[in-house]
Design a protein around this ligand. Structure first.
Ligand code: ATP
Length: 275
């Protein structure tokens, strides 16, 4: 069943250099109101092609950790490496997909999907070809010349995924990417997104408040403690009852292991409802 891991089993097992290495990272925010220690001595590796999720109570530092991987924040101590190189700022090797899709309403779907490539000064003809290919893969092939206002929330997130992938990052960071969607759309899109990301060979770090989403979508679930965020435990998701091959997120939800992992992670989160 669940394997509680000592660091860093998956990367060591794969015998390849991790895509992401987080070594003894702490982060403190300084504001006029004072100092907040958001993260305390986090060490975590993500292997090539591995999908990892971060869960923990609100304010435990999940988004802060993603921002460090994205190079938007610098650690107060410790270091973050992507492909062995120390992260010193945003890099084309790392793609970031957020809860809000931030599509530009005045650009067509195809032009939205090529935005990152345009900002990076890449050849636009190739970028448009890759964007069209990705939009087809994401089920948006019939909407290349539509505009964002003509799309549903789920369709907009598919476009956001294509835009994230157009520059071919090695690592994709997902910060609660489906939390604005209704529950049925969430289930459907999780399957599609995982399929596209696995097919593209990406390493993925997902931040979510949804335990079920973490179990269904990722290979390893990392539980952070309350602030300051520390790694409380890590759990490999294994679905032996499914037979060979990784079940899709939708299939995972009907397997017996799903409920076992859910109970385990719920206990780990130690959620208390005030009052
Ligand atoms: N720019 C900032 N300046 C000061 N403190 C901040 C800043 N950003 C986050 N924090 C604080 O750092 C801590 C971690 O925040 P973070 O957003 O990373 O947590 P989180 O786990 O992603 O929360 P949530 O689940 O609610 O999104 C919180 O206490 C938050 O108030």
């Amino acid at each position: 069943m669940s394997a509680v891991l000592e660091r860093p089993a998956p990367a060591a097992a794969s015998q390849t250099q991790p895509r992401i290495e987080i070594n003894d990272v702490s982060l403190r925010y300084f504001t006029t109101a004072g100092e907040t220690q958001a993260l305390d001595r986090i060490s975590l590796d993500v292997a090539p092609g591995e999908f990892v999720s971060l869960i923990g109570q609100s304010g435990c530092g999940k988004s802060t950790l993603l921002s460090l991987m994205a190079g938007i924040l610098e650690p107060s101590s410790g270091e973050v490496r992507v492909h062995g190189e120390r992260v010193k700022g945003p890099s084309p090797r790392v793609g970031y997909m957020l809860q809000q899709d931030y599509l530009f309403e005045w650009r067509s779907i195809l032009d939205n999907a090529t935005l990152g490539a345009q900002i990076q000064g890449r050849p636009m003809r190739e970028a448009r070809e890759r964007a069209a290919h990705l939009l087809h893969k994401c089920g948006m092939g019939d909407f290349l010349h539509h505009f964002p206002r003509q799309l549903s929330g789920g369709m907009r997130q598919r476009v956001a995924l294509a835009r994230t992938l157009v520059t071919d990052p090695d690592v994709v960071l997902l910060d609660e990417p489906f939390s604005a969607l209704d529950s049925q759309t969430r289930l459907a899109i999780a399957d599609e997104v995982v399929e596209v990301l696995r097919d593209e060979g990406k390493s993925v770090v997902l931040v979510t408040h949804d335990i079920g989403e973490a179990i269904a979508m990722t290979d390893r679930v990392v539980v952070l403690s309350r602030r300051p965020g520390r790694i409380k435990s890590q759990h490999l998701m294994r679905f032996d009852s499914h037979g060979p091959g990784r079940p899709s997120p939708f299939e995972v939800r009907s397997l017996p292991e799903f409920n076992t992992y859910f109970s385990l992670l719920w206990d780990e989160l130690d959620v208390h409802v005030e009052g």
